[in-house]
Ligand binder design. Structure first.
Ligand code: NAD
Length: 437
């Protein structure tokens, strides 16, 4: 099957490389000449475990190509995937569909024979209809159809998620589109991945409903964590206690500094906008968003409280900057609001992240970047563990304490136990671990 992938970001590049690995003939097109140049030279524009090997392998077999030239990339394609960004529009939180519609217009002009145009980008309900209209208006060949195929991969585990998905969702309005997508994904459902065929609008909504539900679990457990602190209970045990119930499930029940990343914040806002447009109240999602916004801001106060209410002139060491481990993605990372607030309060911030520095530096002027966790500790009054990278799980706490000026460890991911921190001479504060009185 001949596939054209528009956009080589986290989703486009992983999807393109995985499709090629299934044996399809894939060309990835990106407007960003720097990205394409890097990929042609074998360098990955993003950090994702296993990606470089997958791209190199499939490129060398001639199944995976990269270009900035849409005409070249789209030639003879049976399926054209749109995997461009859909960030939140400034001001109102609507999904910004500029890139999606621009891509649709370009596709219309470049197709020389009918193809199935598939949105992999997360797009609000009804976007497929508008893409169909744009394609028609701009002269796409008769017989070109539009399908929705939302992507559920997680950064940091993207290849595994793509190859062993919980489900594949295909929203299509015609049998030909369903047939082409069945063929594209055939290698996966040979492995028994359930493929769910729905209408296009339903598929578009499934993606938002899934992300809003996961965000709800996070905000829920974060509120329970606050309650645990107030009443002397332990949120990790509460999570385990409820997560073992099959109806609830153990995932996404880790209390922390609030959700971030390139999807949950923008997708929850976009869902609220969709609901508002059709005048349907969504009080739960609305509460999830405000709980999360408040939580991100509250993390700086938590650090200040540990330091006696004042961080001005104090040196705060931050461990981890990316929104979660195993990615270099800094979009909407909780570290951003935490650090900005600490700087506003007059603190000096030193940070280390195993891979996120390049993306973090332009977003965090005014902080110092250290080379490893122990250098972060040098002269610090408090250490704040923000992202639970594996390499922060086995730190030598005695060595950290020895390098610090103060003794406070604020662990926003509950990686350590109070007793082990105390043994190293550190005062520990986790999340949702109340003290029984
Ligand atoms: P990204 O910003 O990393 O990548 C988008 C790419 O598209 C960029 O390289 C950009 O240069 C390119 N692009 C934009 N317009 C183009 C055009 N007209 N022609 C060619 N290239 C163009 O974005 P991402 O994180 O990969 O997300 C893409 C979509 O997938 C979004 O809608 C997102 O919500 C959704 N999604 C993301 C994830 C994730 O974990 N990142 C997971 C599931 C779904």
């Amino acid at each position: 099957m001949r596939i054209c992938m528009i956009g080589t970001g986290y989703v486009g590049l992983v999807s393109g490389a995985c499709f090629a690995d299934f044996g399809h003939d894939v060309t990835c097109v990106d407007k960003d000449a720097g990205k394409v140049e890097a990929l042609l030279a074998g360098r990955m524009p993003i950090w994702e475990p296993g990606l470089e090997a997958l791209v190199t392998h499939n490129s060398s077999r001639g199944r995976l190509k990269f270009t900035t030239d849409l005409l070249e990339g789209i030639k003879d394609a049976e399926a054209v995937f749109i995997a461009v960004g859909t960030p939140a529009r400034r001001g109102d939180g609507h999904a910004d569909l500029t890139y999606v519609y621009a891509a649709a217009k370009e596709i219309a002009g470049a197709l020389t024979k009918p193809a199935v145009v598939v949105t992999k980008s997360t797009v609000p309900v009804g976007t497929g209809d508008e893409i169909a209209r744009i394609l028609k208006e701009n002269g796409a060949p008769e017989g070109t159809s539009v399908a929705s195929n939302p992507e559920f991969l997680r950064e940091g585990a993207a290849i595994r998620d793509f190859k062993i998905p919980d489900r594949i969702v295909v929203g299509a309005e015609d049998e030909h589109a369903r047939e082409v997508l069945r063929e594209v994904y055939r290698p996966l459902f040979l492995n028994k991945a359930p493929i769910l065929f729905t209408g296009r609008r339903t598929a578009e909504l499934i993606k938002y409903a899934a992300n809003a539900f996961l965000a709800t679990k996070i905000s829920f457990i974060n509120e329970i964590a606050d309650l645990c602190e107030a009443v002397g209970a332990d949120v990790q045990e509460v999570s385990r206690g409820i997560g073992l119930d099959g109806r609830i499930g153990p995932k996404f029940l880790h209390a922390g500094p609030g959700y971030g990343g390139s999807c949950f914040p923008k997708d929850t806002l976009a869902l609220l906008q969709t609901a508002e447009l059709v005048d349907v109240p969504m009080q739960i999602v609305s509460a999830v968003v405000s709980v999360n916004d408040a939580r991100k801001l509250a993390m700086a106060d938590r650090v200040a409280e540990e330091l006696g209410g004042e961080v001005a002139g104090k040196r705060i060491g931050v461990l981890g900057l990316t929104f979660k481990p195993n990615t270099d993605d800094m979009r909407d990372a909780p570290s951003l609001s935490l650090i900005k607030r600490l700087l506003e309060m007059g603190a000096e911030v030193v940070a280390f992240d195993p891979v996120g520095r390049e993306q973090a530096e332009p977003l965090l002027p005014g902080i110092t970047f250290a080379e490893d966790a122990y250098r972060v500790a040098d002269g610090a009054d408090a250490l704040v563990l923000v992202t639970e990278w594996d390499e922060f799980r086995g730190l030598d706490l005695k060595r950290l304490a020895g390098a610090m000026r103060g003794r406070h460890l604020v662990d926003l991911r509950n990686v350590y136990e109070e007793e082990e921190a105390a043994r190293a001479g550190l005062t520990y504060r986790g999340i949702g671990r109340g003290e029984a009185s």
